[in-house]
Design a protein around this ligand. Structure first.
Ligand code: HEC
Ligand code: HEC
Length: 278
């Protein structure tokens, strides 16, 4: 009888604690995935000491300047009150709640491969942040850039982005690189209309007047052929190349906000995936 009561008490206690623990787990998982997806790098106006995720960061492109929106849970100026479906449609399909299409300066073609569970964990984490009231700045796009309504056509012509199946054992690395980390958005060359040339995954993109370009990070001689796995892991953690130089430009933010925050196992999964490319 006594042990029965103790067991019941234990059951009630753990039963009562489980939902709170599960909620904490979800937020911790969401925070981790938000880092692995690099959301904060684009959605924070670091240049002007902006609050994380409150938007206003200027992204320069051949099409003009995009100002990222506020993705804190403020209900008027942010994404407070969005349903799960609205969030999933934005992140994975580039569709806004009003049905219009986002510009692919928001890397949803990469995020399209994110699992529903992971995307919703990110939403749970964003929803847990302090709402920040900060109205979005309109984009300043060049005259020839079509409006958002026409971006549906761009998507029809350019999606889906079909990657080849990753080799056995490299699935986690592929997921982190292709989808969460969207490394190809900078490191993969683009063809007409801005579509990524997936057959040349991570083969580097040239520097242009409006883009800093990014080096090859596949296992080719121009890329990481001379780097040991541990060199890549070290670089992704601390930003130092084997020759002692430190990363700069867009990659410095990727390391600070994303790859340095990952577990050593995930950095290794990324490094192994890169070393296996070509
Ligand atoms: C490379 C920069 C970049 C990254 C990384 C990025 N975004 Fe964005 N995001 C944008 C831009 C630019 C827009 C607006 C596009 C437009 O104007 O059509 C946007 C729009 C959004 C919107 C729509 C907001 C609204 O008010 O309509 C949401 C939600 C969003 N992003 C969430 C995220 C999340 C979550 C992540 C990480 C998983 C993320 N973004 C990562 C650039 C980025
Ligand atoms: C915003 C654009 C951008 C994104 C996203 C990005 N990179 Fe980079 N990356 C760069 C640039 C630019 C450089 C060159 C940095 C420099 O010269 O210091 C670079 C350099 C590197 C290097 C060093 C290569 C060399 O030869 O010096 C590695 C490794 C690397 N990136 C891996 C990654 C991985 C893995 C991801 C995804 C998790 C990623 N990058 C995402 C822009 C980006």
């Amino acid at each position: 009888m006594k042990t029965g009561l103790a067991a019941l008490a234990l059951l009630l206690l753990t039963g009562g604690a489980a939902p709170a623990a599960a909620a904490d787990d979800l937020l911790a998982r969401g925070a981790y995935l938000t880092a692995a997806a690099g959301c904060v790098s684009c959605h924070t106006d670091k240049e002007n000491d902006g609050t994380p995720f409150a938007g206003g960061h200027a992204i320069e492109s051949p099409y003009g300047i995009f100002y990222t929106p506020n993705i804190t849970p403020d209900s008027e100026t942010g994404i407070g009150g969005w349903t799960d479906d609205e969030f999933l449609a934005a992140l994975r399909e580039g569709i806004a709640p009003d049905g219009s299409h986002y510009y692919p300066a928001f890397p949803y073609p990469s995020y399209a491969g994110m699992t529903r569970d992971d995307a919703l964990a990110i939403k749970a984490y964003l929803d847990s942040l302090e709402p920040v009231r900060q109205p979005n700045k309109p984009n300043e796009l060049r005259w020839f850039v079509p409006g958002r309504s026409a971006m549906g056509l761009w998507k029809a012509l350019n999606s889906p982005w079909d990657y080849a199946e990753p080799a056995a054992g490299l699935e986690r690395g592929a997921y982190l690189v292709r989808h969460l980390g969207h490394c190809g958005e900078c490191h993969t060359p683009r063809g007409a209309g801005g579509r990524l040339k997936l057959s040349q995954e991570l083969a580097g993109s040239p520097k242009t007047a409006s883009s800093e370009g990014a080096p090859a990070i596949d296992n080719s001689p121009d890329g990481l052929a001379d780097w040991a796995l541990s060199d890549i892991e070290f670089y992704l953690e601390l930003g130092m190349r084997p020759d002692g130089d430190f990363s700069s430009g867009g990659m410095a933010a990727v390391i600070e906000d994303n790859t340095s925050q990952l577990t050593p196992a995930d950095r290794q999964a990324i490094a192994r995936y890169l070393k296996n490319l070509r």
